[in-house]
Design a protein around this ligand. Structure first.
Ligand SMILES: [Zn+2]
Length: 237
């Protein structure tokens, strides 16, 4: 179902998804998708009223998407901001807890929850990045393990790290580097990058043979690559 509200001179259109939950959550995704996830049975008028209380934030987000198309989006560490993990968006909830030394992140009941003694953006961002890096390592190591039998080669070393402009790389020594931000992508897309870099263990180029090898393992690799080209800009903090 789609609803809309008028906010100043603007009309905000949004999709409504009913779920078994107690509170409403709103997500805004590039370029202009607004979604309200609401408890089953919530009345239209109530939904509209609640979305209206967030209208200012929604308009700001939509405006950002419009103006920074090619620049990676900067996340805000405030309640309701959405963060990607394995291809899905989860909204953030910040819970102040003075008994903690450093912020702690967890994914719980469909939300990212940061329990934190501070609201300092840098501290929250670091905690979130640390969480993503750990998940990325686990997932990538597991996928490398899985595909090494299909490719028949094993990397000398796998490193998950920050890479400004690429998702992965493979050296002539057989070392593979993968970008931790990959963990924001859906599983099939993560697999594509893993297979791509591991196929370089066999062919250290982008020759026809290289692509044939990738295709023999992932026949639909082009679709997976397309997802990354379309959504890569959203994968960041
Ligand atoms: Zn390559």
């Amino acid at each position: 179902m789609q609803l809309s509200i008028n906010y100043g001179t603007k009309t905000i259109y949004f999709d409504v998804i009913y779920r078994k939950r107690k509170t409403m959550a709103i997500t805004v995704e590039a370029p202009d998708k607004v979604t309200a996830i609401v408890p089953v049975g919530m009345k239209e008028e109530t939904i509209k009223k609640k979305v209206m209380t967030k209208a200012d934030w929604i308009v700001k987000k939509l405006y950002e998407f419009k103006n920074v198309k090619h620049i990676p989006l900067k996340k805000e560490f405030v309640n309701g901001e959405s963060f990607m993990y394995m291809g899905r968006n989860y909204s953030l909830q910040i819970e102040l807890d003075d008994s903690l030394q450093v912020p702690e992140v967890k994914l719980f009941r469909g939300k990212f929850i940061i329990s934190t003694p501070t609201k300092d953006e840098e501290a929250l961002k670091n905690a979130m990045e640390k969480w993503y890096r750990e998940k990325a390592k686990e997932k990538i190591n597991e996928r490398v393990e899985y595909y090494q039998y299909k490719i028949g080669k094993k990397p000398a070393k796998v490193t998950v790290k920050e890479q400004k402009k690429r998702w992965g790389s493979c050296s002539s020594k057989g070392n593979i580097n993968l970008n931790w931000k990959l963990i924001m992508a859906p599983s099939p897309v993560i697999d594509y990058i893993v297979v791509h870099e591991m196929a370089h263990l066999v062919h250290l180029n982008h020759s026809k043979e290289f692509w044939n090898l990738v295709e023999s393992i992932l026949p639909d690799y082009k679709e997976r690559r397309k997802w990354l080209r379309n959504n890569g800009v959203r994968m960041g903090l």
